[in-house]
Design a protein around this ligand. Sequence first.
Ligand code: DLL
Length: 431
Amino acid sequence: MIWNKIESAPREKIEELQLARLKDTVERVYTLTPFYKKKFEELELKPSDINSLEDIKKLPFTKKQDLRNHYPFGLFTVPMSEVVRVHSSSGTTGKPTVVGYTQADMDVWDEVMARAFTMAGANSEDIVHNGYGYGLFTGGLGFHNGAGKIGATVVPASGGCSERQLMLMRDFGSTILTCTPSFALHMAELASTAGNNYLKDYKLKAGIFGAEPTSIGLKEEVKRAWGIDYHEVYGLSEIIGPGVACSCKSSPLLHVFEDHFFVEIIDPKTGESLPDGERGELVITPLTKQALPLLRYRTGDITSIIKEPCKCGRTLLRMESIVGRADDMLIVNGVNVYPSQIEHVIANAQGVTLNYQIIADKKGYLDKLEIKVEVSDEIMSDNISEMERIKKDIQTALLNNLYIKASVKLVEPRSIERSMGKAIRIIDKRV
Ligand code: DLL
C-alpha cells in the first residue's frame, strides 16, 4: 500500500512541485534570515535568479557549524509563539544543534513517518514497539507520532531496560519493532539466551531501523535473529528527524520523500555536484519547512542516488544506505576506510559476533588500529589455536579487502559495553 499518491506521481509532477516549493523557501530565508540575506549578497544572488531545479546549484551551502553559530534559535524564521516543539541533535562536542517545528512542520513530519510505516506494511491493526529514545533525540517522538498517524497502537518503550522491553513485546504481541539496528540485535541476543525457541514467543513481522550506519551483514543478522522484514529509515534532526527516506518492500534502497526534501550528491572536497549513481556527500534542502528552512544542508553522510523506477510503484528517487560519514571516515596510515566496511569484514568472519569496537591510536608517527571483537558463545576462549586462527582470518581479510593493517583482539561474549541508543563503534584517540 502507498500512503500518499504523490509517492507514485509522474516525475515531472514531483519536479514541478519541488520548483514551486524551492522558490518559496528561497524567498522565505532571504527575507526572514539575516544570515542567508548576507550570503546572497556575497554571491550577488537574488531569489528571482532561481528559476529551475538546476539553479539550486547557485545557492549557498549550510553547515552544522552555521546552526551552532546561531545557537539556539537564531535561524528560526517564525516567532517563538509559532514554535510548538524543539529538538536537538546528539552533538558529541560543543553546543548541540537546536531545531524547531511549527504545527505545519509537525504535520509534515507525521505525514512522512506515516509513509514510512506504510512502506513497512504497517496499519491500524499493528502494535508498534518503539524503542527509539524519547526526549530531545528525534527518534522516539518522530516514530511515535507517525505510528499514531496510521492509527497503530504505540508502545512508547524508549531506550534502555532491555529485559523489560522484551517482556512487554512478548506480552503485548507487538508486531512492529522500531529502534536502532544495534539495539535490535542486543535485544535478540538477550531473547535468545532466555530460550532456544524464543522466536515463537514474539509476533514481530517487521522492523523499521535507522539512526546509525549499518552494514549489510548486521542487517541480515537482525532479520535472521528476529525472523522479520527489515526496513530502513534515514533522517536527521536538522532536516526533520527520521522520515527523510525509507526503504520499501521491493528493494533495500531508500525512497526519498522528495516533495518535502530536495536531495543532491556532491564531492565533499570540492562541493561540485556528482552525477546520479556516484557516491558523495548528501546535501538536502527541505522544501516545506516553516520554522527552520535551510538551504543545501551538508549532511556529512556518504551515499548515492538513482532515479530508476521501483517495482513497488513509487516514482520517488532512491538512495543507497549510508556508507559512512564524510567526517567519520578513518584515515589509517593514508588509507581511507569507513567503519561499515570493517563491520562488513567482521560480518563475514567465522566464530565472532557483530559486537565490536574500533580503536585508533598513534604509535610513534604511525597510526595503529585495534579492533576488539566479541567471539560467539560456542567458541572456547581456552582453545588458543582456534582463537589464533579466527584472529588471523579477520586480520588477513582486513588487509586483503581494505588494505588496512589492524590488530584484532578477540574478547569474551557480552564484554563490550552495550549502548541503549546509537552504538559507540569508534574510539579515535588520535584526535
Ligand atoms: O538519527 C534521526 C533518526 C532517528 C533517523 C531514528 C532514523 C531513525 P540525528 O540524531 O540528528 O537524527 O542524527 C542524524 O544519523 O546524519 C546520519 O549520520 C545518521 N543516520 C540517520 N539515519 C541513518 C541510517 C537521527 N538509516 C545522523 N543509516 C545522520 C545510517 C543514519 N546513518
